[in-house]
Design a protein around this ligand. Structure first.
Ligand code: NDP
Length: 395
């Protein structure tokens, strides 16, 4: 039985909390800590009502290493789950190192003042984590996360070499608002308004935002416009997948979302630099976040499904083959189970599974790792048991 400190009481954190409680044979004492204590209290009540179980709660500023160290020393968890924002990755990793505690997150570190993410600064912790005898598991959400595990599974069982990978992320959910994002608006809009990038023959090729579009027929959803974006799992997959020649990432967006985003961008509302407004400084994208619906309130009103998967082409025994491995998740089913919509659900479930893999010793090594560096089989089994069953098709 292991103790967990979960940091971040947002949409994803709520799902992680439900899933930890549902797996109480592995996770015993759970402490939920976040910047706003009232949300932790609200989730604590929700858990009491639904499962007749209690959790501990705490207030923490996860940008502050000393506060984090104090909280970790007080709660003495076996693992810290960072389900706050990418901005907090390095402070939480640092606090875990100081207290020799295992670490897990779902998103790559990003500096608030630069809309760019890369693994360099997190990978730089590898030697220090090794020496301390602790592990960090990076990107244990769906994408990154399950998509990395899907690639490792295809590589292990279906190919001698994978030559091309397309990661395909579709959300056909409708929340009824003219414009809202399904996870943290600031992080989401920074990601999708940035230049696109894909990797081919050893080089990164940059594109304009939304420059490359294709139509994909998503099982259980149908045909959707899908746009090439840069996504963080590609950075580690190019290092770990044998024989890879090209990897791309596509995400679906509706016309209305793109028109709203373009309009907001054109008037400067996606800006990350502070601007002077009537004697005070505001960051436009942070102000926009305040105006937009909070993703954790979208659960009851979002209907439809997500379909996220991987199409891999390669060779097995000299023959060229294409496989499509994907999961379909229903927003309303996710809401019934965890009070959160499917985007939070598909991220939170793999975060719990990653922690389970580590604490059960199935994925436990000293150092800093990405998901595809471990045996995918036990994780794939858990996906089927924990609410994210997958499908494999030969194309
Ligand atoms: P939310 O904005 O809903 O939640 C983030 C939570 O972190 C909030 O409760 C917030 O507190 C808390 N927080 C923010 N800053 C601090 C701080 N300094 N100290 C303590 N707590 C803090 O985001 P989501 O739940 O939508 O996303 C959570 C994470 O999941 C993000 O990193 C996101 O990028 C990642 N993600 C990963 C995906 C994947 O597939 N890998 C997909 C979707 C999301 P407060 O309420 O006070 O603001």
């Amino acid at each position: 039985m292991k103790d967990v400190l979960l940091i971040g009481a947002g949409g994803v954190g709520r799902v992680v909390l439900h899933k930890l409680i549902q797996n109480s044979d592995v996770f015993s004492k759970i402490t939920l800590a976040s910047r706003t204590l009232s949300t932790c209290k609200e989730y604590q009540e929700e858990i009491k009502k639904r499962y007749k179980k209690d959790i501990d709660i705490a207030q923490v500023d996860a940008d502050n290493v000393d506060e984090l160290v104090e909280l970790i020393n007080k709660t003495k968890p076996d693992i810290v789950l960072n389900i706050a924002l990418p901005y907090q990755d390095l402070t939480i990793m640092k606090a875990c190192l100081k207290t020799k505690t295992h670490y897990l997150d779902t998103a790559n570190y990003e500096h608030p003042n630069t809309a760019k993410f890369e693994y360099k600064e997190q990978w730089a912790y590898n030697d220090r984590y090794k020496e301390a005898g602790i592990m960090a598991l990076l990107g244990s959400g769906f994408d990154p996360g399950v998509t990395n595990v899907f690639c490792a599974y295809l590589q292990k069982h279906y190919f001698d070499e994978i030559h091309t990978i397309d990661i395909l992320d579709c959300n056909s959910g409708d929340h009824g608002y003219p414009f809202a994002t399904n996870f943290n608006p600031e992080i989401n809009l920074r990601e999708v308004s940035a230049n696109g990038r894909y990797w081919e023959n050893g080089e990164w090729i940059e594109t304009q935002p939304m420059e490359i579009k294709m139509v994909w027929d998503y099982p259980e959803i149908g045909k959707k416009d899908s746009y090439l974006l840069y996504h963080e799992e590609m950075e580690s997959l190019v290092k770990h997948i044998k024989g890879l020649k090209r990897i791309r990432f596509f995400m679906t967006f509706g016309e209305s979302y793109l028109t709203h985003m373009k309009c907001l961008e054109n008037v400067g509302m996606l800006g990350i630099e502070p601007v002077e407004h009537e004697g005070c400084k505001i960051v436009p994208i942070q102000f926009l976040k305040t105006l937009l619906p909070d993703p954790k309130t979208l659960g009851p009103r979002t209907k439809g499904k997500t379909n996220i998967g991987v199409v891999a082409k390669g060779i097995k025994d000299g023959k060229e083959l294409i496989y499509y491995l994907y999961n379909v998740c229903d927003h309303q089913e996710a809401y019934k189970e965890t009070s959160s919509q499917a985007v939070s659900y598909t991220t939170g479930v793999p975060a719990m599974i990653g922690a389970k893999m580590m604490l059960e010793g199935k994925w436990l090594k000293d150092g800093v790792f990405n998901m595809e560096q471990f045996d995918p089989d036990p994780f794939m089994d858990e996906l089927n048991k924990q609410g994210l069953p997958w499908n494999l098709k030969k194309l």
